[in-house]
Design a protein around this ligand. Structure first.
Ligand code: SF4
Length: 446
């Protein structure tokens, strides 16, 4: 079997990102954005990556061996011809959606917003936590959070609350919990399953019968901390609450790692209240991993949309503030007749596009026109529909990413291929569109 860290050759020039050894860049295969697990495209090697990172890098290297720069309706084409075709097709559309923003840099997302406003399109992340309004927004009011490094450097008690980071952020435990503190660090996992990769041999698992039991457990723990009556509860949950309280009483700093999907927000609300109560006694914070947003720059995409449209996790009608919606819903309900996807998109959105086309609904009846499915992505799509133009993989881009805990990560990029960066491709598409159909400053077609 070949060494999984040694992959097929590519023709890419060396990348020289900020703060990393020459030729190395950040892994962008998940939202953890490991800058210590570097990839070296020029050397065809990756180092210290997890299985998901290695697989992602291998996929990128395999895709890089093809010489096709673009396709039009499944046929190979020059990139310039494909962009011209995309411009013509978008110019004839009335309801365009721009999406796929989580695999762009912040600069790329900003360019996408500018582009959407220019043509009067809707814009939305490909995956949207707005689908879980309680969990993502309402229940998070009052959160006390901290950077992942603070958890690593300060928390001598780490509680995994109903979520195993191995599912969403594979190296999180290795990078931010397993490192040794000056004092002993204890770890406890609360949940239906034990952690797949516990940080230490004396790690404790407090089993729950059901995911939602963590809501009752938070209630019991909160009542105990506030010395209030707790009401009825099963003995096993009372035992778990006692075990947590006992660990907390001997801790100097507590970090609670969360992240399970929580549509109603009750689990989030419970943890927030526990952390608030704890923080009156000792340093305590939550580290929300947002398990629904595995995409590398989901936080950056949300931040840009929030600043521009006031909608952090939902679609915004570019240029006029519009009502929240989700990319998948806009496609599935026939709200768009054309779509521009930028970067890699999740399988769920790809499937929604395929089904919208397969439904055969006429464009005049709200159907998605297969010719107007425009993709700018590092890899050719399985479907021959529409136009595809090859773009850079995110780790090859130049720009800024926003990690979920608010830390920015700079990518220095591959200067020799800047012409296929998302920002450059969007500028070229906008130029072609302007030549095809003059637009007003507000984006309405003239
Ligand atoms: S945890 Fe995520 S960012 Fe880190 S090496 Fe694995 S896939 Fe890459």
């Amino acid at each position: 079997m070949s060494d999984p860290r040694s992959v097929s050759p590519s023709t890419h020039a060396p990348i020289a990102p900020a703060g990393l050894p020459a030729g190395a860049t950040v892994c962008t295969a998940c939202a953890l954005l490991c800058e210590d697990g570097v990839v070296r495209p020029a050397d065809h090697r990756s180092e210290h990556l997890c299985e998901r990172g290695v697989e992602s890098f291998r996929r990128h290297q395999a895709a890089a061996t093809t010489t096709v720069a673009a396709t039009i309706d499944g046929r190979p084409a020059a990139a310039a011809a494909a962009i011209a075709a995309a411009a013509t097709r978008l110019a004839g559309a009335r309801r365009v959606l721009v999406t796929g923003l989580e695999h762009l840099t912040i600069e790329g997302v900003t360019s996408a917003c500018n582009f959407a406003e220019r043509i009067g399109a809707a814009i939305a992340p490909a995956v949207d936590e707005g689908r879980h309004p309680g969990g993502s927004t309402v229940a998070r009011c009052g959160e006390i959070t901290a950077a992942w490094e603070e958890l690593r450097d300060r928390a001598d008690l780490v509680i995994f609350w109903g979520h195993d980071p191995a599912d969403s952020h594979p190296r999180f435990v290795e990078r931010f919990v397993a490192p040794v503190l000056s004092t002993a660090r204890r770890t406890i996992a609360v949940g239906t399953s034990p952690l797949r990769f516990p940080p230490s041999p004396d790690h404790v698992h407090l089993p729950l019968d059901d995911d939602d039991d963590d809501v009752d457990l938070a209630r019991l723990l909160l009542a105990d901390l506030l010395e209030r009556p707790s009401g009825a509860a099963p003995a096993r949950l009372r035992d778990a609450a006692r075990a947590l309280r006992s660990a907390i009483d001997t801790a100097r700093c507590v970090g609670i790692v969360t992240g399970r999907l929580d549509p109603l927000g009750l689990s989030s609300w419970g943890v927030i209240e526990v952390v608030r109560a704890l923080s009156r006694r000792l340093p305590a914070f939550q580290v929300p991993l947002h398990a629904g947003s595995h995409a590398p720059n989901a936080a950056g995409a949300k931040a840009v949309l929030t600043w521009r449209y006031g909608a952090a996790a939902s679609a915004a009608r570019a240029g006029n503030g519009g009502s929240p919606a989700e990319a998948i819903d806009l496609v599935a309900t026939g709200a768009v007749d054309a779509i521009l996807t930028l970067g890699r998109i999740p399988h769920s959105l790809d499937e929604a596009i395929r089904q919208a086309i397969a439904s055969g609904r006429a464009v005049k009846d709200g159907g998605l026109d297969p010719r107007r499915v425009i993709r700018m992505a590092p890899e050719a799509p399985d479907s021959p529909d529409g136009v595809w133009v090859r773009s850079l993989e995110l780790f090859e881009e130049t720009g800024t990413l926003l990690r979920a805990d608010g830390r920015t990560i700079e990518l220095a990029g591959d200067a020799t291929r800047a012409h296929v960066a998302a920002v450059a491709l969007l500028a070229e598409l906008q130029e072609q569109l302007a030549a095809t159909v003059p637009t007003t400053p507000q984006g309405a077609k003239a």
